[in-house]
Design a protein around this ligand. Sequence first.
Ligand code: ADP
Ligand code: MG
Length: 329
Amino acid sequence: MSYVTVRGLRKTYGATTIFSDIDFDIAQGEFVTLLGPSGCGKSTLLRCIAGLTGVDGGQILLAGENLVPLAPQKRDIGMVFQSYALFPNMTVEQNVAFGLSMRKVSPADSRERVREALHMVELDTFASRYPHQLSGGQCQRVALARSLVTRPRLLLLDEPLSALDARIRKHLREQIRTIQQALGLTTVFVTHDQEEALTLSDRIFLMNKGQIVQSGDAQNLYTAPINAFAAGFIGNYNVLDAASASRLLQRELTQAQAIRPEAIELAAEPDGEGEILSHSLLGNVIRYRVRAQGVEVVVDVLNRCAEDLHPNGTRVRLRIAPSAVREVA
Ligand code: ADP
Ligand code: MG
């Protein structure tokens, strides 16, 4: 059963159409990620759902209720932005309680709910600090607590981790997922980072230029990109035009093909058809650039031992399983 239903959603700024025909359904308790390059319309779509910007057509239903005519504060939606937007002159506790003071919650109830929310984001002992006494990750957890405390019907997160360093980002994304699952909170998460999308989501909506290009779970998006954009954006697919693919695979192909770099096997052989042009060490993976039959491809090899590292100029034979090759439009 659909909990969030979007039909024919349309948004323009003056003469510019940001999107014109967005349709999707989200089930209750689902964690959905909008993934796409900068400028494709992710934030605009989220802001339309939150009511922070108006729409030019279409419907947004939440639990059967049309949100479009409702003011943002009447939608019961929580939203967290990349910039934490905390009140600098209020303590953590006051920041989190702020949303409740607008909702006529009694002071005793409010205290209890703030305590609960701070506990969920592991900031129990930080209640009386001010934002300038917190790290970026802690500020973002306050912002999260502030949206959770109102018990929203829907949580919207717009690149909440983008401003944080890698270690904090990983920790916080796990925390977000744990809280979301514990509360059964229907969530739409926005990111341009494929790893974040793949690790967090029940379902991913891949966006490009104001359209949802493909939707599915991580496995589906990763192994079955439907077009060259999807193949280029998720994973590090080699996207080859029909002529190059035909040469590399030594068979007649009429469509562009996408080949995952880790699905190509590589063995050093003096009379191999390929040559290693360059390599870079990504830690656990060695990424080679190889030319074979006049076509350049990227090949990822697990860095298990020193023998896996072949110097530039090495002749190699490539083995590409047919199942690793996908036709893309
Ligand atoms: P994303 O979040 O995917 O990076 P946005 O939704 O922020 O993308 O922006 C999508 C497009 O809408 C961009 O081309 C952007 O320039 C345009 N846009 C966003 N907000 C406004 C606005 N207030 N006025 C005019 N154009 C806007
Ligand atoms: Mg954005």
